[in-house]
Ligand binder design. Structure first.
Ligand code: SF4
Length: 727
């Protein structure tokens, strides 16, 4: 069987006959290629978070039997968090999807079928919907968890091949705000930093970021900083990172925008503006300066709840810092005025000249392992390679580069995730294809019932047991990280290589191969003749990136990436810079037409759902522990990781509130919002302020409660704030 599978792998670059497709489905393509068998080790990047640590897989008979952190990789230098050490365990879980599953209309149950039948049904059902209801009627939701090559294939297949108008990624839930903020301020979605900046700052400011827990290896990079830095955490909750900081600004929830504007005003009053830098490299500072005059220290302290002394100390730290770096994550991105908050951070970096130098920057830290790949190559709201659908020159370039007719490229952006789900609610979208994400669990507000409105739901995932897969009409079994090859891009713009070091179970196929099969069944494989392997698609992505800020035409191939320890974009053809840590904007030139960064601002808005007499608490959400990942589909498979985190939902309550409500530790309570209710056990702790409660985001019960409001610019959900009560 092994030699047959390998023969088929070799044939895979040729045209696909129906027989071959059937046989491929029967044998599966998730098998480890023979060329990997003799190796004792294989180096690759981790498949959980955006840190992008290098791991070494230790092989026996070509199969990974263990992992260790790579001491030579410039990201993690021999360190890994618990998820990285346990990354192989989820592959062996009993609930892996091993065969396509089709829902039997008579029994209502998902039943196994072969790939040929599954893909015929996929094609017939979606084509029928498109024929009857038009190109808005079928959409896809992707992910930041599959490779860049797969994301590009999904996006190209969906839009150019299948003729769908709408597709978005679960990256909308975590990174859309940073994308929009950077595009508007810098002219391109361009996180400017390199991880060395953690070690080179003398002041580090973290806004809405629990780095210790969410990005533990990046916190280790902070701890390597030899400058005895001032570490400032701005967060309403006293997180693990706040406890380790030199200053914790425990502000009122969602008062961060006022604090940032007030800080700008205080710095202006102190004459701490780098006028030369502002004049040479930015636009809009005078208007910004006029605007922030209203945010006096008094206004700022009243709104945020900070003491004048704490505020003054904080401003002085920024003023005195020689290399100040400003970092943010989901506490900023997941808010009702998130884009302007991110830009208020960017404004501070610009006005103080803290950008483009070691230890500086306005730095968004990404979430998922390939959120950055999704941002650049998924062909959803950006045309492949950070281009614009609305720009005819961009469409022409990509059409020419891919060898496809220009008419196949939409002239408008896709609907965003929330708009796609609104389309489902309104009955406009009748077919949905969800790839490697658990929408029913993770989407904001009450959502589970929404998917039942669909006439045809396809879920492509490594597990058939997720909340979302359990609602599907068709489940396509996918290979996991470690069972396929490709590239991820980490938070600091570094391409890293993923290797195939394990067999996918049963008939599970790499997402790449599933897309290839679908293109064949759909009848559009002629558009994808060159898309024969991840390595071939990497060459296509290189060509698409040419001339863009993310130009990678100088990267030769996967081997080059591996030998270099990953390579950060940009790396254009002829690049001579072999340094392993590179940052953007060292020359003060941004990606806007006039090469200047823009000061962008707007009056703060009240929170959409403030606490009131009926719902008197403010519900905050966030990560639980470094051993948990998102909806727990993978991390819950590991005995080790389960032991490192609470198994049941808990709610953090301040001791004063617990006393007032006569609650005791461990007591089961009901947390309710206007969307629903969930059970949680009481954890009495001063990490939350009186009047606030906190739920970890990894449990479905939490996301039933959150408020389905999005930032108007990024359309990213505002998970972090709503009104709640405890019963
Ligand atoms: S920090 Fe992130 S990339 Fe590194 S080992 Fe942990 S999960 Fe993997």
């Amino acid at each position: 069987m092994k030699s047959t599978a390998n023969t088929l792998l070799r044939q895979w670059s040729g045209p696909l006959s129906a027989d071959l497709v059937r046989t491929l489905g029967n044998f599966g393509l998730g098998q480890v290629p023979a060329r990997l068998m003799p190796d004792a080790t294989a180096k690759m990047v981790c498949g959980f978070c955006s840190t992008g640590c290098g791991l070494t897989a230790h092989l026996k008979d070509g199969q990974a039997i263990n992992l260790s952190p790579d001491p030579d990789y410039p990201v993690n230098m021999g360190m890994a968090c618990p998820k990285g050490w346990e990354a192989l365990t989820p592959l062996a879980a009993h609930d892996r999807a091993t065969t396509p599953l089709l829902r039997n209309p008579s029994t209502g149950k998902l039943e196994p079928c072969d790939w040929d039948h599954a893909l015929q049904v996929f094609t017939l059902k979606f084509k029928a919907l498109l024929d009857q209801h038009g190109p808005d009627s079928v959409a896809w939701i992707g992910t930041g968890q599959i490779t860049s090559e797969e994301l590009a294939f999904l996006g190209a297949l969906g839009k150019f091949g299948m003729g769908l108008r709408h597709g978005d990624g679960n990256t909308r839930q975590c990174m859309a705000t940073s994308v929009v903020a950077y595009k508007q301020s810098f002219g391109f979605d361009a996180p400017p930093y390199t991880y060395a900046d953690f070690e080179q700052s003398d002041v580090l400011m973290f806004v809405g970021s629990n780095l210790c827990v969410a990005h533990p290896i990046l916190w280790q990079r902070v701890l390597r900083n030899k400058n005895s830095p001032e570490i400032i955490v701005i967060d309403p909750r006293r997180t693990e990172t706040a406890m380790a900081a030199t200053q914790h600004l425990g502000i009122a929830p969602k008062s961060d925008l006022v604090l940032l504007y007030g800080t700008a005003q205080a710095l202006i009053e102190r004459g701490a503006v780098q006028q030369e830098y502002v004049a040479a490299h930015t636009t809009g500072f005078d208007e910004f300066s006029n605007f922030v005059q209203q945010f006096t220290a008094e206004v700022t302290c009243k709104c945020t709840g900070l003491s004048h002394a704490a505020f003054e100390k904080f401003v002085s730290s920024i003023e005195r810092g020689k290399a100040v770096s400003f970092w943010w994550t989901m506490g900023v991105n997941q808010g009702h005025e998130a884009t302007r908050t991110a830009q208020a951070i960017i404004n501070l970096a610009l006005m103080t000249g803290n950008i483009g130098r070691p230890g500086t920057g306005a730095n968004s830290i990404t979430g998922q392992c390939n959120a950055m790949g999704s941002r650049l190559f998924s062909n959803t709201t950006n045309l492949i390679g950070g281009h614009e659908f609305t720009n005819p020159e961009h469409r022409e370039k990509i059409a020419h580069t891919l060898g496809i007719p220009m008419e196949r490229i939409p002239t408008q952006n896709s609907w965003a995730y929330d708009q796609i789900l609104d389309g489902v609610q309104a009955g406009v979208i009748k077919g949905l294809w969800i790839v490697a994400t658990n929408t029913a669990h993770s989407w904001i507000g009450k959502h589970k019932d929404l998917l039942s409105k669909l006439e045809f739901l396809v879920v492509q995932d490594m597990y058939s047991s997720t909340d979302t897969a359990q609602q599907a009409h068709l489940v396509l079994p996918a290979a996991a990280w470690g069972e396929k090859e490709g590239t991820f891009i980490n938070s600091e713009r570094r391409f890293g290589v993923l290797k195939k070091v394990a067999r996918a179970p049963g008939q599970a196929l790499a997402d790449f191969n599933i897309f290839r099969l679908i293109s064949h069944y759909w009848g559009c494989d002629g558009l994808f003749r060159e898309w024969t392997s991840p390595q071939a698609v990497f060459q296509i992505l290189k060509r698409c990136s040419a001339g863009q800020p993310c130009d990678i035409t100088g990267i030769e191939d996967y081997r080059h990436l591996e030998h270099a320890g990953g390579i950060q974009w940009p790396y254009p053809a002829g690049a001579q810079d072999n340094s392993r840590e590179r940052r953007l904007f060292e020359n003060g030139r941004f990606f806007t037409p006039d090469a200047k960064a823009r000061f962008l601002f707007e009056p703060p808005k009240p929170v959409p759902e403030p606490p009131d007499a009926e719902y008197p608490f403010t519900l905050l959400t966030g990560r639980g522990s470094s051993a948990q990942w998102h909806t727990l589909t993978r991390t819950d498979k590991s005995d080790v990781l389960r032991k490192l985190s609470p198994s049941k939902l808990y709610v953090e309550i301040n001791p004063r509130d617990a006393k007032r409500l006569k609650l005791s530790a461990g007591q089961q309570v009901t947390i309710s919002t206007r969307r629903g209710e969930t059970q949680a056990s009481v954890l009495i702790t001063a990490t939350v302020q009186p009047g606030n409660i906190f739920l970890p985001m990894h449990f479905e019960g939490t996301n039933k409660l959150t408020l389905p409001v999005v930032d108007p610019y990024s359309r990213q959900p505002s998970y972090k704030h709503c009104a709640a009560k405890i019963c």
